[in-house]
Design a binder for this molecule. Sequence first.
Ligand code: SF4
Length: 306
Amino acid sequence: MSTNGPNSDLIYKGTTVTIEIDPHAGFCFGVDRAVHLAESLLQKDSQAYCVGDIVHNQKEMDRLSQLGLTFVNHQELENQTSKKVLFRAHGEPPQSYQLANQKQHQLTDATCPVVVKLQQRVKKAWETMINLNGQVIIFGKRNHAEVLGLVGQTQNQAVVIENMNDLDAIDFSRPIEVFSQTTSSLTDYKLFCERITSKAQSTLKINDTICRQVSSREPWLKAFVITVEVMIFVGGTKSSNAKFLHGVCKSHNPDSFLVSGVDDIQMEWFAGKTRVGISGATSTPLWQLQEVAQWLHQNLNEQIKN
Ligand code: SF4
């Protein structure tokens, strides 16, 4: 099965209810690439190991597990030798590469090229900051895999800022260079940058490192969600991107519901409605949106017939 699949079957017209899939939904480029790399690995070998969740989407993980992909943590990676190992799109710190090398694993590195470039920039900034007695700041979620990979470029010395409550961790009298996790909110990052600009007492360099594959979804989603009466947003419960984008939907259309699959759907959401939209997180594959659309198409039109 393809991950995102061809961009067809986006509109399901019923007798009364029309269901439309957001044309900009589906995996981001980096996740789509990682899943395809995993699939090609499993075509050559029936067993491979992925460090961490390849995507924050249980159904896609289950599909890949059935193909032979086993999800392991770093400790489990250390306990094995000479296995086929995949690093996911979020990237890994340098220590993970050393470990894979020591244990003679055959590595397929599916780190998203955008993340690889960001890791290189963070490393370079850290080398500069060491000489200036400065700090590298990462604006993002402290335990997110991408952030751990970025902090690893700085010998674990970068300061991670999740929100304004963490500002005390920054020494504003010293030079500062700032980066953002690729999936942070543009609005939150802008506010954070304004705040540190007003507090900085030494040199300050701000880098815009938010990935447009994610941030551009927000304006498209706003335009889409106001064209439908009910919005079904499909995303994994562990996906921060799903929570964020569902929040965007909800603020523009109160009848927006976050579900991980058809089992979470309640039929009373659709009473008297004729136009339903479906979208998903950057970790939700198009095939899963089509599955929900087909289920709704069948059940809503049956409900109206009865
Ligand atoms: S959100 Fe952007 S940086 Fe992150 S994996 Fe997707 S394409 Fe790559």
